[in-house]
Design a protein around this ligand. Structure first.
Ligand code: BTN
Length: 328
C-alpha cells in the first residue's frame, strides 16, 4: 500500500522535529497554521500510526521522542537537494520488487526521476536472472525511472555512473574504502556492498525508459547472509562496526546520482572517467571476464565513452560492454 502522511500531520511533524527536547503546546502548534486543537490531536495520532513516538505532556502538549525506523516520503523529500531525482516518491513497507513496480509506473508515464522505494522486497531481482536478498529495514532497496535521450547502446554507461555515485556516497558517509567493481558493483575490500540492475524499454535507436534498480546492504549483521554469500557480500554496518543512517545515505546517493547523471547527459563520460577510474577496484589489475560463454583474460586498462571496459589481452586491446569480472 502506498503511503502518504496527511498535510497537517506533516506540518506538525516539521515543527516537532525542530526541537526534540521540548514539548509544544496544542495552542502553539495550532497558531502555526489554521487548525483546531482537535486537528492537532488527530495529527499526533496519525503520526503515532506511522510509528513516530509522540509523547504527551502537561496540558495537551506534544514532543517527538523517536522516529520510526522506516523510510517515509515526507522524510525523504525534506531537504533533498535535487531538481528531478526523487521529486515523485512511491514508498512502501513491502513490495515484490521496486524494479517491477517502477517499470509499471514508467509504462503509465511516470516522470523522469520517479523514485520507488521499499523497506522490504519479497522477490528482489539481481543481475543475470538471480535474486537479491532484501530483508526489512536494513537496506536501501530502490528504483528510479529515467528517460535519457540517448541510444540504447549507450545505456550501460548509466550503470557505470551509478557505480560512481554509490562508491562516492558510501565513502562520504562512512569513510570506508568503497570502490567500483566494473560495471557497477560497489565493493569494500573486494566484498559486494551494493549492486545495480538496469532494465530497459527501448526501440532500436531510442530509449523509452530505463529502470535503474539499486540495492545497498546497509545494516545487516553477518547472520543475515546465507553461508554461500558470506565471503562475497557485506554490509556497511559489518564493515564499520556501527549502524548507518539509511535516510541520510539515501539522500546523499540521490543527490550524488543526479549530479553524475546530468554530467553524463551533458558531456558523456569524458570528465567522469577520471573519477570512475580513480575509484575502480580493477584498474591495472589482471582480471578474468566472463560474458556469455566466452572468457577473456588481461589487464583492466580503462573505460571507453560508453562505459565499456578496455582490457589489454595477449591479442591486443578488447572492449567488453557487459560481463562478470573476477580478479586473477
Ligand atoms: C545485482 O545483482 O548486483 C543487482 C542487484 C539490484 C538489486 C536492486 S534492490 C532494488 C531494485 N529492485 C530489484 O528487484 N532489484 C534492484
Amino acid at each position: 500500500m502506498k503511503r502518504t502522511l496527511p498535510k497537517v500531520a506533516q506540518e506538525v511533524l516539521k515543527i516537532l522535529k525542530k526541537d526534540r527536547t521540548r514539548f509544544y503546546s496544542t495552542r502553539e502548534l495550532s497558531t502555526y497554521f489554521d487548525v483546531s486543537p482537535y486537528g492537532i490531536h488527530q495529527a499526533a495520532n496519525e503520526l503515532r500510526d506511522w510509528g513516530y513516538v509522540i509523547e504527551e505532556g502537561k496540558g495537551k502538549s506534544y514532543r517527538l521522542k523517536d522516529l520510526p525506523d522506516v523510510l517515509l516520503p515526507h522524510d525523504i523529500s525534506e531537504n533533498l537537494h535535487t531538481r528531478v531525482v526523487g521529486k515523485e516518491i512511491h514508498a512502501y513497507k513491502a513490495l515484490k520488487s521496486t524494479n517491477e513496480l517502477a517499470y509499471r509506473l514508467a509504462r503509465e508515464d511516470a516522470p523522469e526521476g520517479t523514485l520507488v522505494i521499499s523497506d522490504h522486497q519479497t522477490k528482489g531481482k539481481g543481475r543475470m536472472g538471480r535474486g537479491w536478498l532484501s530483508p526489512p529495514k536494513v537496506g536501501l532497496w530502490l528504483s528510479l525511472v529515467l528517460r535519457p535521450p540517448i541510444p540504447p547502446a549507450r545505456a550501460p554507461a548509466i550503470s557505470v555512473c551509478t557505480g560512481l555515485a554509490l562508491a562516492s556516497s558510501v565513502r562520504e558517509m562512512t569513510q570506508l574504502d568503497a570502490r567500483i567493481k566494473w560495471p557497477n558493483d560497489c565493493v569494500i575490500q573486494g566484498k559486494k556492498v551494493a549492486g545495480v540492475l538496469l532494465e530497459l524499454s527501448a526501440e532500436l535507436d531510442k530509449i523509452d525508459f530505463v529502470i535503474l534498480g539499486v540495492g545497498i546492504n546497509v545494516n545487516q549483521d553477518k547472520q543475515a547472509f546465507p553461508k554461500s554469500l558470506v565471503k562475497k557480500a557485506t554490509s556497511l554496518k559489518m564493515e564499520l562496526g556501527e549502524e548507518v543512517d539509511r535516510l541520510k545515505l539515501l539522500k546523499l546517493f540521490l543527490e550524488n546520482f543526479e549530479k553524475v547523471y546530468s554530467e553524463f547527459l551533458q558531456n558523456g563520460l569524458e570528465r567522469l572517467r577520471r573519477d570512475i577510474n580513480g575509484l575502480s577496484s580493477l584498474l591495472g589489475k589482471e582480471i578474468k571476464v566472463r560474458f556469455g560463454k566466452k572468457t577473456l583474460k588481461g589487464e583492466a586498462k580503462d573505460i571507453n565513452e560508453d562505459g565499456g571496459l578496455i582490457i589489454r589481452t595477449k591479442q591486443g586491446e578488447k572492449v567488453i560492454s557487459a560481463g562478470e569480472v573476477a580478479l586473477l
